[in-house]
Design a protein around this ligand. Structure first.
Ligand code: FES
Length: 148
């Protein structure tokens, strides 16, 4: 049995310890806000926070997440997160939307550690989150707006 703390709640999973956290979230806990893109830690669609830092849930075994504080798009709740959500809405960032929960989780992690990031810092922090609709300029603008 593996015990995970997800969005402040303890969840017990009777799964193989090597199960990727993304599978546990989506298939076992029915939390589908975190998306599967590449499944190989390359695209960022599956980004969640572990102890406040962005991690790729597709390549993180649940054994490595045990004891950590995991936050997903469904449960994260902080002033920075709400500012990011609002900026995303105001600037109409989303196109198809598939990658956006991962984008928002990475943007929130960035702003939690850096209240006024530069363009270069935003680009560096967001470089692991791919968007096939190329919403990168709007994402950068929204991060600046959320930081204001
Ligand atoms: Fe995890 Fe692409 S689905 S990085």
């Amino acid at each position: 049995m593996i015990s995970l703390t997800i969005n402040g709640k303890t969840r017990e999973l009777d799964s193989d310890p090597d199960t990727p956290l993304l599978w546990a979230l989506r298939d076992e806990l029915k939390m589908t806000g975190t998306k599967l893109g590449c499944g190989m830690a390359l695209c960022g669609a599956c980004t969640v926070h572990m102890n406040g830092s962005p991690v790729r849930a597709c390549s993180l075994p649940i054994s490595a997440a045990a004891g950590a504080k995991i936050e997903t798009i469904e449960g994260i709740d902080s002033p920075v997160f709400h500012a990011v959500q609002q900026a995303w809405r105001e600037l109409d960032v989303v196109q198809c939307g598939y990658c956006q929960s991962g984008q928002i989780m990475s943007a929130t992690a960035l702003l939690q550690g850096n209240k006024k990031p530069s363009d270069a810092q935003i680009d560096a922090a967001m470089s692991g989150n791919l968007c096939r609709c190329a919403t990168y300029h709007r994402i950068r603008s929204a991060i600046h707006r959320a930081a204001d």
